[in-house]
Design a protein around this ligand. Sequence first.
Ligand code: C5P
Length: 307
Amino acid sequence: MSRSSSEVVVRAPGKINLALGVGRRLPDGFHPLATVFQAVSLHEEVTARPADGFSLTVDGLHADRVPTDASNLALRAAHLLADHVGIDDGVALHVHKGVPVAGGMAGGSADAAATLLACDALWRTGMSRDELGELAATLGSDVPFCLVGQTAVGRGRGDLLTPALSRGEYHWALALRDAGLSTPEVFRTFDEVVGGVDGEPEPDRRLLAALRSGDPVSVGAALDNDLQPAALELAPELAETLAVAEDAGALGVVVSGSGPTVAALGRSRQHAVAIAAAVTAAGVADSVLTASGPVPGARLVVTERAS
Ligand code: C5P
């Protein structure tokens, strides 16, 4: 196969789970979910260059906390696509991180989604978005959503997606904690402290109606996460973070996904900045960011072709 592309750059967004309903653990070890994802304006950027073998470098937010061995989801995504299409080419990957590591915002999943798209372009494998989505689901439950972005309902493990209508722009203050939480550990704690009910959880109709009408007050009131008690069990100080953001007038406050990132919905961009400032002043987060959503999923930003 000829190496005609010299560099491909893809950006993929992180996410907030506006609602996360979790059912009882199934025999396969996973939990049935009904979640509403919103992609937000924190991005991972993956650069892919032709190479004989597979390699990975990382910089940006919390880069020192990212494993660069074979367990890295970006490397796994590149190997998976190469094996799937049966090509011998390698790739040199560089990941620039903008999504908190182990924060419940799908940073690693965004790397995997961006890598699938970048390698597809670099190697000209011509996969459809649906085919990439199927590969994505084998890498992790959140990877398909990072490909499609915007607002979507996730069922099954979170990987069976239906786009959701959403009006308006939502502005978030994000309170980060240096020590991340492990997703499997949060689910295990959920099994112990909550358990969940049998059967498939249903997506929150009140939240979906609020998103359709573009009413941030109702969206804020409907934010909900069944994993929150488990995240609080593992990181009790998050209770204070939630309380400070609420006192700062957030329309709603929720732990994102398996945490520990706390997402607080502001009335406006300025209000989100004010909530972030209140969280910083109270010393109840290691750092803060602001972001808005929804935003598109993984997309090509640069393709440089060798002449
Ligand atoms: O799919 P992903 O690799 O992100 O999942 C990480 C871990 O989170 C799984 O190994 C499992 O322990 C837990 N999980 C779960 N139910 C889901 C999704 C993830 O129990 N629906």
